[in-house]
Write a protein that binds this ligand. Structure first.
Ligand SMILES: Nc1ncnc2c1ncn2[C@@H]1O[C@H](COP(=O)(O)OP(=O)(O)OP(=O)(O)O)[C@@H](O)[C@H]1O
Length: 250
């Protein structure tokens, strides 16, 4: 372990993982500061998903350090323990409870020891209702609260799932291609939404949509063949000849 991780929220150093002899992640190092939002871009097969799998404990690295909060060794924890630490992950495909209302989806996701039945049928305290209302307004679905989740557009389902993750009060949110399949208007709104969220939570967003990444206006990490190819503002990495060659110029 290393002092360099001190003060960071997420610290990956010299991380490698191979599948059947193929190095999907190759000596990857990446540091996320508390309160930071970072965009991860890179060609297909660059290792973006595998990196998220390593952070969330789905995949164990062969070598390297993966530390949360400067000192918690994520390579020793299972997926449930990592989720409990406050690392939430949103996969590309929305997974909401389609046959429940928008509001009940949020209620189900709220931290509660009562279980699903109670979450839906017990009398909500004023504090719980206030929290639900706040989350619905954050995800732009306050006026859709009584609609069945099945009736939402694809983009709205993505927002609902983001709201369900926020209900669990994560410290770090990992978001995989949120803009995929969204309309232009939804994409623009999602960038604003994530920027709002990033005021209170750290966020890592994997995305291919450069208009969306530009709208986020955050530091960008370009992955290629399992390593960091470039890091900096979108303008800086876009002007990098290697990035143009392997990714943006194609
Ligand atoms: N469980 C696995 N077994 C074997 N190979 C794997 C496994 N997971 C990932 N890979 C390989 O590792 C490489 C990196 O894949 P990964 O899905 O992380 O890339 P990515 O950057 O997320 O790509 P995309 O943009 O297409 O989602 C790919 O060549 C992939 O085929």
């Amino acid at each position: 372990m290393t002092d360099k991780a001190e003060g960071s929220l997420l610290y990956l150093d010299d991380v490698s993982v191979s599948f059947d002899g193929f190095r999907a992640i190759n000596r990857l190092s990446l540091v996320l500061e508390p309160g930071e939002m970072r965009a991860i871009i890179g060609p297909n097969g660059a290792g973006k998903t595998t990196m998220m799998d390593i952070i969330t404990g789905k995949t164990r690295p062969d070598t390297g350090d993966v530390l949360f909060d400067g000192s918690v060794d994520l390579t020793r924890l299972d997926e449930a323990a990592i989720a409990n630490l406050g690392i939430g992950r949103k996969f590309q495909k929305p997974t909401v409870f389609e046959s429940h209302s928008v509001e009940d989806n949020i209620a189900l996701a709220l931290k509660s020891r009562r279980g699903a039945f109670a979450a839906l049928f017990h009398r909500r305290s004023a504090a719980e209702q206030e929290r639900i209302d706040g989350l619905l307004s954050t995800i732009r679905l306050a006026d859709k609260r009584h609609l069945l989740a099945a009736r939402l557009s694809h983009g709205q389902k993505q927002w609902l799932e983001i709201g369900m993750l926020l209900a669990q009060e994560p410290r770090l949110l990992l978001v995989d291609e949120p803009a995929a399949g969204m309309t232009d208007a939804e994409t623009a709104e999602t960038a604003i939404l994530l920027k709002e969220i990033a005021k209170t939570q750290s966020v890592v967003v994997v995305e291919h949509d450069m208009t969306f990444v530009r709208a986020l206006g955050v530091k960008v990490t370009v992955l290629h063949e399992g390593s960091v190819l470039a890091e900096g503002s979108l303008d800086a990495v876009s002007a990098n000849p290697r990035v143009i060659e392997v990714y943006l110029g194609r």
